[in-house]
Design a protein around this ligand. Structure first.
Ligand code: 4AD
Length: 456
């Protein structure tokens, strides 16, 4: 179907005075005595294009005034008020009629209502803006790494090892469990891969293998977590950006994370002005200034031990009590980022007991070279570390956790054959989208959210 994108018509002055064909869905329509107006959107732009129908021109238009109908319009691009353009229609064709039970009749629907119709919510301004910000940020992230000699790696989604060791993997199986199997091992031996397999919670372990060959790599793909966390910031399937760098220590990882975030947020503010203004107007007043502020200052850095002290001395009445050794909950993370630092802050050097087996052990014997990035409004958006590069220390840490070393023989080999200090992090892509848009529920920044008890 030959037609011009509405974004082009709205933004390229060369179209003024030209005859064009545009297609789209009717967002609103007004019918008065001599003229009818349609606000048309084809998804290429947050802004709608106004179609003006002069009734003197004998144009068939009645069915085209229905909300949600898809139409094709031919007409001339003319100047309208406030530097805008509109189309004086010469002909209109209804491509797909839309009956009155079309659910998106109101100007603004609640996000909860829209969650019940993921197949239609893309046609609202909110999802038009969210999905474009997602797309622009994804491209920026790729460009950031590609411009700096990182190789984009696709790590396997089906895996035989649970990266985080946290036992929150979805199992992959082609046979149902039967009482005839004596135990789980026998059942798995009979299954597709001949041993237990699951959906990857992180591409990190394979990413480390690639970094030990290519130096600097990143992954950008889905991760799956079967954790029963019915919260506004957990998905069972989320997109994960995981750079991994050889010849790097914890401060290098922190520097890379800060630089990457600042670069992609700068590009977002420059590229998605209309979308960011929309979020500023409708979701979080002042979000543009807040992001401008974020990228023009250094992020905070604090050790876990210092953070615990700040929390203990806060006088706040936290739901989860605080003491050295506890995992930081969202309420603690937000207090540190929002009340103490009032900006993004890296928390480093966590107790080894609450972090994964692969993190570099610090000389104090109690903490590991881990880092989380906490941001106001969301809490943790990045988790990373320097990795343990010493074979004996890594084996000791795995034994302490009762892990099966045979499942990690490839990983251990990396510490035998030319081991180097290395590290990386994982950025939850949806959490980044929440942070930059001010949308407070992760279910509203992805097309089809997968959460506990919810799949369609
Ligand atoms: O802190 P996490 O668990 O770290 C890892 O997976 C490491 N292997 C990453 C690495 O070093 N390469 O997860 C990293 C980030 C979190 O900070 C969070 O932003 C996001 O992934 N994340 C989730 N996002 C949405 N829903 C979930 N259930 C998430 N779990 C983690």
């Amino acid at each position: 179907m030959k037609h011009t994108d509405i974004k082009e018509v709205l933004t390229n002055p060369a179209y003024k005075g030209q005859q064009v064909t545009v297609c789209g869905w009717v967002r609103t329509a007004r019918n008065s005595k001599n003229v009818a107006f349609i606000e048309l959107n084809d998804g290429t732009s947050l802004k709608h294009l106004q179609i003006v129908i002069d009734k003197a021109n004998d144009i068939e238009y009645e069915n085209a005034l229905r909300l949600g109908a898809s139409i094709r319009v031919e007409g001339t691009v003319v100047e309208a008020r406030q530097d805008a353009v509109e189309i004086n229609a010469s002909s209109i064709e209804v491509i797909g009629d839309c009956p009155l039970d079309y659910p998106l009749q109101k100007k603004r629907h609640t996000l909860e209502f829209l969650r019940t119709m993921p197949h239609l919510r893309g046609r609202t301004n909110t999802f038009n803006a969210v999905l474009r910000v997602r797309s622009v940020l994804a491209e920026s992230i790729h460009r950031y790494f590609q411009n700096r000699n990182y190789v984009y790696i696709n790590t396997p989604l089906i895996t035989g090892s649970d990266c985080e060791g946290a036992g929150e993997m979805f199992q992959v199986t082609t046979i149902g469990y039967s009482q005839d199997y004596k135990n789980e091992e026998e059942y798995c031996a009979d299954d597709f891969f001949g041993r237990k397999a699951g959906l990857s919670v992180s591409g990190q372990l394979e990413g480390e293998m690639a970094a030990m060959a290519l130096g600097k790599i990143y992954t950008f793909g889905p991760s799956f977590r079967a954790e029963n966390s019915n919260t506004p910031k957990h998905l069972a399937e989320f997109w994960h950006v995981e750079p991994e760098v050889a010849f790097a220590e914890l401060p290098d990882v922190i520097e890379m994370a800060e630089d990457m975030l600042k670069t992609v947020i700068r590009e977002l503010l420059d590229t998605c002005r209309a979308e960011m203004q929309f979020f500023d107007d409708h979701f979080e007043k002042g979000i543009i200034d807040r992001l401008e502020d974020l990228i023009s200052h250094d992020f905070g850095v604090v050790t876990y031990t210092e953070a615990i002290k700040l929390l203990e001395e806060s006088g706040e009445d936290f739901v989860y009590p605080v003491s050295w050794g506890c995992d930081l909950q969202t309420e603690h993370e937000r207090y540190i980022a929002e009340k103490v630092f009032k900006k993004a802050v890296f928390v480093t050097d966590y107790p080894k007991e609450i972090k994964s087996f692969y993190m570099k052990q610090n000389p104090d014997g109690k903490t590991v070279a881990a880092v989380d990035l906490l941001v106001p409004g969301v809490g943790e958006i990045i988790g990373g570390s320097e990795r343990e590069a010493d074979y004996d220390k890594l084996v000791a840490s795995m034994n302490e956790r009762g892990m099966n070393l045979d499942l990690y023989s490839d990983y251990l080999d990396l510490r035998k054959f030319g081991s180097v200090p290395h590290g990386g992090f994982g950025l939850g892509f949806e959490r980044l989208i929440m942070y930059v848009t001010g949308v407070s529920n992760i279910r509203d920044v992805t097309l089809y959210p997968r959460t506990v008890g919810n799949i369609r």
